[in-house]
Design a protein around this ligand. Sequence first.
Ligand code: SF4
Length: 381
Amino acid sequence: MGGVIFMAGIYIHIPFCKKACHYCDFHFSTNTALKAQMVDAILKEIELQKNYARNEPIETIYFGGGTPSLLEQRELFRLLNAVAKNHAIISHPEITLEANPDDICLNKLHQWRQAGINRLSIGIQSFFQEHLQWMNRAHSSIQAFNAITQSQDAGFNNITIDLIYGFPALSDEQWQKNLENAVKLDVKHISPYCLTVEEKTALHHFVKKGQVAAPSEEQGAKQFEYMTDYLIQNGFEHYEISNFAKSGFLSKHNSNYWKGKSYIGHGPSAHSFNGNSRQWNIKNNAEYIRRINTSNDWYEKEELSAETRYNEYVMTSLRTQWGCDLIYIKNKYGNNLYEYLLMQAKPYFQSEKLIYENEILKLSSSGKLLADKIASDLFWI
Ligand code: SF4
């Protein structure tokens, strides 16, 4: 008898970086003294959490951070072996490693291929030296170019790069050049992010002191519009607000997040979701290691109410090219929420920010610039 087979993803957070980028508010430490103990703790967590996603087969594994390219091959093998020991894995899983350009060399690339990594996410951010310095990145412009060509030479075809736009030091011409470089280098996937000034970052401090100009929304919107047209013209699918891919190169791991599939997150600050609950690990390296080894309380957990799940579905689905499925809403959450959603969406039909066709709700081009605001107006509060 055939049936739906649910599949899950695994995320492993490696919380160490060589340098602190000025804009970054992810969880990481530049002190790597605890790296070996951290790997041991994550190995233990993989075992402790093996039943979290109801033994669903693992379709994707994602090493994020922080900087997972700081792992030694031995550490990578141990982590992947632990996943294989504790889970059923499908026959061709997508295995992504986030890598910084300054860590990429032929030796490491071969090690990663041997370990089974088949997708690289390279933190380019910009191809201009002055921007990399402004951001306090650990790599140079030359390393940014070389990282991509060397990875391709070593046999990595499935490469995604991160780029940042909407910051004062980036002129429109430089943004066009960054996109042009990505296209010329034949990367298959691009995740461009509009710079935001997050609290407790060095950038926040500089902006507050008036040492750096705050990013302008207008500049961000203009560069977003240029990018969208340019990348679509060059054969990319705009499949999520911050993600563009050539055909066949959509990120399975991230697409599964947006489709509401389960995932298990390991390492400090990692989140997990299994349809009914969400949990997030403590954001402190030493404390995470201590608690994993001595207790059961290294994470906080929230059981998700129907309203929260509805809000999350609306927020994530609207950001994708597949849109928000109103039949799904009706079947899963009932007629009241279905009617409520249509009522809340109505002003946006009139302003042409939302498109409603065949019971699917999608953002129009101008609506994409207001994605968060529109989603929050559709939330059930
Ligand atoms: S390398 Fe990545 S995670 Fe580390 S500080 Fe820079 S942006 Fe943040």
